[in-house]
Design a protein. Structure first.
Length: 402
């Protein structure tokens, strides 16, 4: 009952000075709102990245021509991967399910009637569909016969088909890639966005032999996609592939690799690292805002102690202990920060949802942001409320009533 009475007295004191209470809450509201938005956007970005990683394939390894540690596509003219490398991986590395070499040309000029498109053209073998688990929704896939005969046939992504033919059925129609004419053989399943941010569905797929000899005029490939039978063996298989390519390419330390190997786990690790670093930085900024709000709260409470000296003296004269006065002011501090936390969380949720609708960016409202907000509010309320509460409790009744 005593605790309840102290809490009620603190609440009445706050309600009697609404403007002052609002100013004490302002810093907490801004800090918690910023924290909530940061967490929601961070979680949404992570969800979006993981969706792209899953589209890449959790049991797949990608080998890219050219060195470096990034996941960007190889630049034009890099000739460090050959079909023979893919054959060596297929025959010498255990635990592999599918090996699919392919060549990529970015910003290829493609025409269909009066419509023109700059897009990615992928030259692939028959195993490419199984390696990506990416098949056609209409028409037929690229086959071994297409490659053996260097057939001039192609598959369109759903966006490529829409860009070139609109609502018209594209199967059986002709398109021109560079100076070579192709017949549309099939339409690929919708796939979404790649981990690197490219539109999977705005691509055109042609047979590997046709692409290398008739379109790209090259004898090298740009990528090899490998799928494994057991995803738990990805790291060991990737290590074995790296060692095999070192032997084939005569690479010894300190010479750098002329290829890059990565998996979905590598992409996820990098994305989480970047997202985590940015999130921690923004949380630190939100924490700084809460720190400033706490300092403002403490100063206003100290001013309040000076204004309420007679009230404090009267309470002490009527039997209130130092502990009662201390607890009342501490309760006022905690009440302000908790109310600010609630208002800041609501404001943060509203801003997050509005931001998602305006920018089409994903946001995720999670319990972590609410738990973190409660933690920050309690810490700020206690830490910055102790000094004003101690000053109020130490006032002597006789001096306070003068």
């Amino acid at each position: 009952m005593r605790t309840l009475r102290i809490a009620q007295e603190g609440a009445r004191a706050l309600a009697a000075h609404k403007l002052r209470t609002f100013f004490m809450m302002a810093g907490t509201i801004v800090g918690i709102a910023a924290l909530t938005v940061i967490m929601a956007v961070g979680k949404g970005t992570e969800k979006k990245v993981m969706k792209r990683v899953n589209a890449f394939g959790t049991h797949a390894i990608m080998i890219t021509a050219g060195g470096g540690k990034g996941f960007s596509p190889p630049q034009a003219g890099i000739t460090t991967l050959r079909l023979e490398d893919a054959e060596a991986i297929r025959s010498q590395v255990q635990g592999i399910d599918v090996v699919a070499p392919f060549a990529v040309r970015r910003d290829s000029s493609t025409k269909a009637g009066s419509n023109q498109l700059q897009t990615i053209v992928m030259a692939v073998g028959a195993d490419w569909h199984d390696a990506w688990e990416w098949y056609t929704t209409d028409g037929e896939p690229i086959t071994a016969e297409d490659n053996s005969t260097m057939a001039r046939v192609c598959l369109l992504g759903t966006l490529s088909a829409s860009d070139l033919f609109g609502s018209q059925n594209a199967i059986g129609e002709d398109i021109q890639i560079g100076n070579v004419r192709f017949k549309v053989k099939g339409i690929l399943e919708p796939r979404g966005t790649s981990p690197m941010g490219d539109e999977f569905d705005r691509r055109i797929v042609i047979p590997l032999t046709t692409g290398m000899r008739r379109v790209f005029n090259q004898d090298y490939i740009t990528n090899i996609r490998v799928t494994v039978k057991d995803s738990r063996q990805i790291e060991s298989i990737a290590k074995e592939i790296r060692q095999l390519l070192h032997e084939r390419h005569h690479i010894t330390p300190p010479r750098d690799d002329d290829f890059a190997i990565f998996s979905a786990a590598d992409i996820a690790k990098m994305a989480r690292g970047i997202s985590g670093t940015l999130t921690y930085l923004l949380i630190a900024l939100a924490g700084l805002s809460l720190l400033v709000g706490g300092i403002v709260l403490m100063n206003i409470l100290l001013i309040s102690v000076g204004e309420r000296t007679k009230e404090i003296g009267l309470r002490r004269a009527l039997g209130a202990t130092q502990g009662d006065v201390f607890h009342q002011f501490l309760v006022e501090s905690l009440s302000v920060t908790i109310l600010g936390m609630v208002a800041g969380s609501v404001l943060g949720w509203v801003v997050s949802i509005t931001l998602a609708r305006l920018t089409q960016s994903p946001v995720v409202i999670s319990w972590e942001s609410f738990a973190l907000a409660i933690g920050f509010a309690l810490v700020v309320g206690v830490f910055f409320g102790v000094q004003p509460a101690r000053r109020a409790a130490k006032l002597r009744p006789v001096d306070a009533l003068r």
